[in-house]
Unconditional design. Sequence first.
Length: 223
Amino acid sequence: MASPHASVPAAPEPTAGSPVAPTVGFDLDMTLIDSRPGVKAVYDRLAEESGRFIDSALAVTRLGPPLEVELAHWFPQDEIQQAGDRFRALYPDYAIEPSPAMPGALEAVEAVRAAGGRPIVVTGKFQPNAVLHLKHLGIEVDEVYGWLWADAKGEALREQNATVYVGDHIGDIRGAQAAGAVSVAVPSGPISADELAAAGADVVLPDLTAFGDWFADYAARAR
């Protein structure tokens, strides 16, 4: 892979009226954190309790959409809500400790603060569990919105006047577009860089370690 400096595309021109200190939204799963080990552990425990077969290794390759979308592969329709409630209840004990930060995650959040901006998290995850992850990893953000997916993420981004949204999924691109924000994508989740670009991401970085350089340029040009 080329060095981050060689791989960072030029920042799109900030829109007229962009704030000097932009608010930047981040997705959580596979953007700021690698939740695969923890989520796999929860699925394994849920399978043990419920007696239902769940291919947890497969399930964690599809992170991004709401939990109930994945549960529909393993549970009949009338059991999905109960399974989802139990998954979320098991989550704090099984998923927080094993899930590390993605490379560059803390530095990306700090890059926003260093520019005088406000980092927030907008995720499809259950909000209390998202907060537990962030606290465990020492990732400090100003707001955490949960249970939002795809275009619905745009509602929170608009509410916070976010000008940039960073994510790993096509649903994250849709959220940024719904808010009129710059979509910054990283291929750290299930979607390739080419697919993210084809889906309309404004910027595709190799990973979050490249975000600081890109954002410094973007923030400077927004002033």
